[in-house]
Each structure stands twice: as structure tokens, then as C-alpha cells.
Design a protein. Structure first.
Length: 275
């Protein structure tokens, strides 16, 4: 995040926003800047990719499903916009620690322990580490001690749209993002790679709520796509994973998506039309 902060300071904040006597590396200034940048960035990613997904990928026929709520899209967006600023508070604290040099993020490929191959391997390990972390955090949020208070709001959307992707209770939203932020404090990671992965995970979160259940046949039981996550919203105790089905299979919570078996939401709507 220090690359984004440096760019913002150089092109906007230092020349046009902050007083000339306020040093760029002053902690309060960095915290304030990170709070604004994080919120604007999250808002831009959510609204841009959510809107593109909603209008170009999401099947609007699903809005005719009996479990699609009245004014649901507006409610999803409103809930997300209220939650994102609160989610950003602990997130900014972690970004601040990165900026102050406490993480294992590095600037140059030469700093990678294994060069370019190390960068590629770190991308894979990031995906597998975060998938594992999110699985257990997500599953824990379904425990009766936490579900009603923190995770139930996200399950209001039985037939979700892309805008449901960030419509979490703030505690829920931060906890499920925590593995992304913890990773660079534990393992070396290139800074630009980290930014790219940060964008990717936000887009992926939108994609598993987009109602497009198509997955290459060979990957149907490997990749955790929208079909899998839709069944999680509908049937509660299955498919907690983020990218892969590995941990659901290990944890005994894997469910083959009903849409792959001709029993999904689209099939339900088709049967309704035929009656």
C-alpha cells in the first residue's frame, strides 16, 4: 500500500491537499491518507466491477426467483456502502503497519528469494493460504455464537447479485479479509503483486455472487465458483471455500452444486414457467 500512498502524495496530497509543513512520513497524516485511499479504492472496485458484472454477466431472470427480495439490489448496495467504512478501520491499521515497514513486502524482483519463480510461487501460496484461512474463518462465523450477530446479514441474500459481494456486517467483512492482510506479514511478497492480488480477490468475491454458474467441466469440482457459493447461500452448511473446493472436501462440507444436477435456481424458474 505504500506504493499507492507515495503516488497519492506525489501527484495530489502534497501539492494540493495538505499544508506544506506537514511531512509525508508523519504517522497521523499517513493514517488519514490511508483511510481515505482505502475507502475510495474499495468503493471504486465494488461499484465498478459490481456494476459491470450486474449488467453484463448476472442473469436478470434470477430476479424472478421467489427468494429474491423486494428492492434487493438497492438493499445490497446500501448495506455494503454502510459497512465498507467500518471494515476499513482495522484494515487501515494493517496497511499502516505495512507502510511503516513491518511486513515482508519488497520492491524489486531481485529482492525475491527465488527471483521471478519466487514471485510466481508467492502468488500460488497466497491463493492457497488465503483460501485455507477464509474457509476456517467463514466456517467459524457459522457457529451459533457468531452467526446471528455477524454473518446472518450476508445470508439475507439467498439469490445474490454481484452487489451482495461486499454486503457484510463490518466484523464479518474484516474477518474474512484478514488472511489477505496477514499473508505479507508472514511471507515475502512483491508489492505490485500484492496490489494485483488485492484487486483480484475483490473481483473474485464479486464473481462468486454473479449468478453465472458456468465452470469448465474438468474444473467443476475443483474451482469454487458462483454455482458453489449460491448453494452456500441457499443451504447454509456447505461450500465455505473462496477459490477452491479443497478445504470443503477436507472438512466434509463440500456439496456438488445443484445447478450442475439440474436442480438449481434457473431450473426452478424453468419449472415454474412450465406450470
Amino acid at each position: 500500500m505504500d506504493l499507492v500512498l507515495e503516488a497519492a502524495d506525489r501527484h495530489l496530497l502534497t501539492p494540493y491537499v495538505y499544508p506544506a509543513g506537514w511531512p509525508e512520513d508523519e504517522p497521523c497524516r499517513q493514517l488519514l491518507s490511508l483511510f481515505v485511499i482505502t475507502n475510495l479504492g474499495a468503493l471504486a472496485l465494488y461499484l465498478l466491477f459490481g456494476t459491470l458484472s450486474y449488467y453484463f454477466i448476472f442473469d436478470h431472470e434470477l430476479q424472478k426467483h421467489p427468494q429474491f427480495l423486494e428492492n434487493q439490489v438497492q438493499r445490497e448496495i446500501t448495506y455494503a456502502l454502510r459497512s465498507l467504512p467500518w471494515i476499513s478501520v482495522p484494515t487501515v491499521a494493517l496497511f499502516f503497519a505495512e507502510v511503516r515497514g513491518y511486513s515482508k513486502l519488497y520492491d524489486n524482483i531481485e529482492d525475491s528469494p527465488y527471483g521471478w519463480s519466487g514471485v510466481f510461487l508467492s502468488m500460488l501460496s497466497f491463493l492457497f493460504f488465503t483460501d485455507m484461512g477464509i474457509y476456517w474463518i467463514h466456517r467459524g462465523l457459522h457457529h451459533k455464537l457468531f452467526y446471528k450477530r455477524f454473518h446472518k446479514p450476508h445470508h439475507l441474500w439467498k439469490i445474490a447479485t454481484p452487489f451482495a459481494s461486499h454486503a457484510f456486517h463490518p466484523v464479518d467483512g474484516f474477518m474474512q479479509s484478514l488472511p489477505y492482510h496477514v499473508y505479507p506479514f508472514l511471507f515475502p511478497l512483491h508489492k505490485i503483486t500484492y496490489l494485483g492480488l488485492y484487486i483480484f480477490v475483490n473481483v473474485w468475491t464479486i464473481s462468486i455472487h454473479d449468478g453465472d454458474y458456468r465452470v469448465p467441466r474438468l474444473l467443476r469440482h475443483i474451482i469454487n465458483g458462483s454455482a458453489h457459493h449460491t448453494d452456500h447461500h441457499l443451504y447454509f452448511d456447505y461450500n465455505y471455500g473462496q477459490y477452491f473446493t479443497l478445504w470443503d472436501k477436507i472438512g466434509g462440507s463440500y456439496k456438488s452444486p445443484t445447478s450442475f444436477e439440474g436442480k438449481g435456481p434457473h431450473d426452478y424458474l424453468r419449472r415454474l414457467r412450465e406450470k
